[in-house]
Ligand binder design. Structure first.
Ligand code: AFP
Length: 330
C-alpha cells in the first residue's frame, strides 16, 4: 500500500506543500494518541477558559491546539495560522508560503462520551506583505489543500490537493498513513439526511418545508423513505457523506438572532466544501456556493448544506421557491 508521503510525491504539488501536509499528518498521529488515552491521561473534561466565540474550551481543545501550533511553527513553511481556539491570527514565519486555518478538535462535546472527534484543516497561499487577519480572508476557491483526520475506531485522513479526494488509514503498528481509498466519489442520490432536528422550530421556511417533505417519506412528494443520522461532529457526518452519500446541513436558524449560523467558514465549511466538491458533491448556504463566499472575518459563521449533488440540488429548489431576499446578515 502507498504511504501518504509516496502519494504526495506523485501529485505534482510544491515540495513545501508536501512537507506541510506531512507535518499536519504527523501531528494528527500524536493527537490520535492523546484522544485514545482519554481518561488514562487525565485529559477529559473542561478548562475554565472560553474561546473567542464564548464556548468553554475542553482540555483536549487546548492540548490539540498547542500541538498543531507548535508543529506548524517548527515546520518552516507556514506564514501564519488561524484556529478555532485562537482569538486572533498567529504570525509564524516570514519565509512561510502558506496560511493554515484549523479546528484542532471538531466535535468537542463528543470527547467526554468517547464518541467521534476530528481535526479539520484548510491551507491557503500566503500573500505578499504584512500578515494581518485580512491576509486570511480569501475565498475557499483559493485553498491549495484541505482535509480532516477522523479519530474513530480507526484514524482516517481525508485529503484533497485539488485533484480528487483520498482516504489514508493510520496503521497503528507501523505509525504510517496508508492509502486505503483513492478517487472518493459521493453518490449523486441518497436517502439519508443529517440535521439537528431539535432546532426545527428555528429554521427558515425553505428548510422547514424541505425536511417536512423528507419526513413524509413514501406518502409525501419525494415518494421515498429517508433515514436520519446526527453525530454532532461535522467531521463524522461529512465522513459518512463521503463514504456512502447523504445530505448534511446546519442551516440558518433564529434561535439566537445575533448568531443565525453555527459552523465556521474558514476552518469548517470551506475545507469540507472543498473535499465535497472534489468528490463530486455540492456545498452551499442555500443561496450561494460555500467556496465562493468572500470571507469577512476569521471566525465568521455560515449556513451549510452539503453532500450528494442531486439531493443538494433538490434542497436548493426549495430555497429558490421561498427566497424572500432577506438572507440574515452575520
Ligand atoms: P464543537 O467542536 O465546538 O463542539 O462543535 C461541533 C460543531 O461545530 C460541528 O462539528 C457539529 O456539526 C455541530 O457543532 C453540532 O452542533 P449541535 O450541538 O447543534 O449538535
Amino acid at each position: 500500500m502507498q504511504t501518504l508521503a509516496q502519494h504526495l510525491q506523485q501529485q505534482a504539488i510544491p515540495e513545501s506543500l508536501t512537507q506541510l501536509l506531512l507535518t499536519l499528518a504527523d501531528t494528527s498521529k500524536s493527537i490520535s494518541q492523546a484522544v485514545r488515552h482519554g481518561a488514562l491521561a487525565g485529559i477529559l473534561g473542561a478548562t475554565e477558559q472560553e474561546n473567542v466565540q464564548g464556548e468553554t474550551q475542553k482540555k483536549l481543545d487546548v492540548i490539540t491546539n498547542d500541538m498543531l501550533k507548535d508543529a506548524l511553527q517548527a515546520s518552516g513553511h507556514v506564514r501564519g495560522l488561524a484556529s478555532e481556539e485562537e482569538d486572533y491570527v498567529v504570525p509564524v514565519s516570514d519565509a512561510g508560503e502558506y496560511l493554515v486555518c484549523f479546528d484542532p478538535l471538531d466535535g468537542s462535546s463528543n470527547i467526554d462520551i468517547n464518541s467521534l472527534v476530528g481535526t479539520i484543516f484548510s491551507v491557503l497561499p500566503a500573500l505578499q506583505g504584512e500578515l494581518t487577519e485580512q491576509s486570511f480572508l480569501q475565498s475557499g476557491r483559493q485553498q491549495v489543500a484541505a482535509g480532516y483526520v477522523l479519530y474513530g475506531p480507526s484514524t482516517i485522513l481525508a485529503l484533497t490537493v485539488g485533484k480528487g479526494v483520498s482516504f489514508f488509514t493510520l496503521n497503528p503498528d507501523s505509525g504510517a498513513f496508508l492509502l486505503t481509498q483513492d478517487d472518493v466519489q459521493i453518490t449523486k442520490d441518497t436517502a439519508e439526511f443529517a440535521i439537528n432536528m431539535s432546532n426545527q422550530r428555528f429554521w427558515e421556511a425553505p428548510m422547514q418545508t424541505y425536511i417536512a417533505d423528507l419526513l413524509l417519506g413514501k406518502i409525501g412528494p419525494r415518494e421515498k423513505s429517508f433515514n436520519m443520522r446526527w453525530i454532532a461532529a461535522m467531521v463524522g457526518d461529512v465522513h459518512r457523506v463521503l463514504c456512502r452519500g447523504g445530505i448534511f446541513t446546519y442551516p440558518t436558524d433564529n434561535k439566537n438572532p445575533e448568531k443565525p449560523y453555527k459552523l465556521r467558514l474558514m476552518y469548517e465549511a470551506n475545507p469540507m466544501a472543498f473535499l465535497v466538491e472534489q468528490a463530486g458533491g455540492k456545498a452551499t448556504t442555500g443561496y450561494q456556493s460555500i467556496l465562493d463566499i468572500q470571507p469577512e472575518a476569521i471566525h465568521q459563521r455560515v449556513a451549510v448544506i452539503l453532500g450528494s449533488a442531486n439531493e443538494v440540488d433538490t434542497c436548493l429548489e426549495y430555497h429558490a421557491e421561498d427566497y424572500s431576499g432577506d438572507e440574515p446578515t452575520l
